[in-house]
Design a protein around this ligand. Structure first.
Ligand code: B4P
Length: 191
């Protein structure tokens, strides 16, 4: 199985690149942000809880997110592999994912980390907020808080996978096609 973690700050292009990677490699896409948004739309209990964190630009608590991710993986009967988009976002999530995959005889193959500087992130997310109306992209201070939370809680997950020899750092600036080609070059050394 090819199991990829697509990593980077909010607005780095994770969702954008995932769509193309699924097509090319036939992988199953699991975006924790998308699952939370679907629950918010469906007005589930999980959605109400997630919304209270997401609207402030904070992370949803680990125990909730990990349980949800494991349930989503378990629903998939057969696949060539997964793209984990927006998960893990903390060291505890990374450890939980490693043990969960290990219990199924699998592991993470590679973390693809997209690097983009803060001003560009803010520009992209503000633009998306105008186009899509996504609640957490509507307000500059919420966007800035998400980037702060990334630096405080999430960025440490990259060295965690680097320690396992699994980190590929990709320049996330440029056209969507150019970035996609850079990611594919990195993946094609693995398959
Ligand atoms: P996510 O849904 O993961 O959203 P995101 O990190 O903000 O960015 P996303 O990946 O969707 O955007 P992309 O970079 O593709 O998370 C939302 C919230 O859910 C979190 O803040 C948190 O509260 C919660 N959550 C999710 N996972 C969690 C977890 N594991 N633990 C706890 N809480 C969790 O793209 C952004 C924009 O840039 C797009 O409009 C795109 O068109 C544009 N863009 C992309 N590439 C570009 C390029 N090359 N040039 C110009 N624009 C580009």
């Amino acid at each position: 199985m090819l199991n990829l973690v697509l990593f980077g700050p909010p607005g780095a292009g994770k969702g954008t690149q995932s769509e193309r990677l699924i097509d090319k490699y036939g992988l199953t896409h699991l975006s924790t942000g998308d699952v939370f948004r679907a629950n918010i739309k469906g007005e589930t209990e999980l959605g109400t809880l997630a919304k209270s964190y997401m609207d402030k630009g904070n992370l949803v608590p680990d125990e909730v997110t990990i349980k949800m991710l494991e349930a989503e993986v378990s629903k998939v009967e057969s696949t060539k592999g997964f793209i984990f988009d927006g998960f893990p976002r903390t060291i505890d999530q990374a450890k939980a994912l490693d043990s969960f995959l290990e219990s199924r005889g699998n592991s993470i193959t590679r973390m693809i980390s997209l690097e983009v500087e803060e001003d560009e992130l803010v520009t992209r997310l503000t633009m998306r907020g105008k186009e899509s109306g996504r609640a957490d992209d509507q307000n500059d201070s919420i966007i800035r808080n998400r980037i702060k939370v990334y630096h405080q809680q999430t960025s440490v997950v990259a060295p965690f996978y680097e320690g396992q020899g699994k980190l590929s750092v990709i320049n996330g600036i440029g056209s969507v096609d150019d970035i996609f080609n850079r990611i594919c070059e990195s993946i094609d050394t693995l398959v």
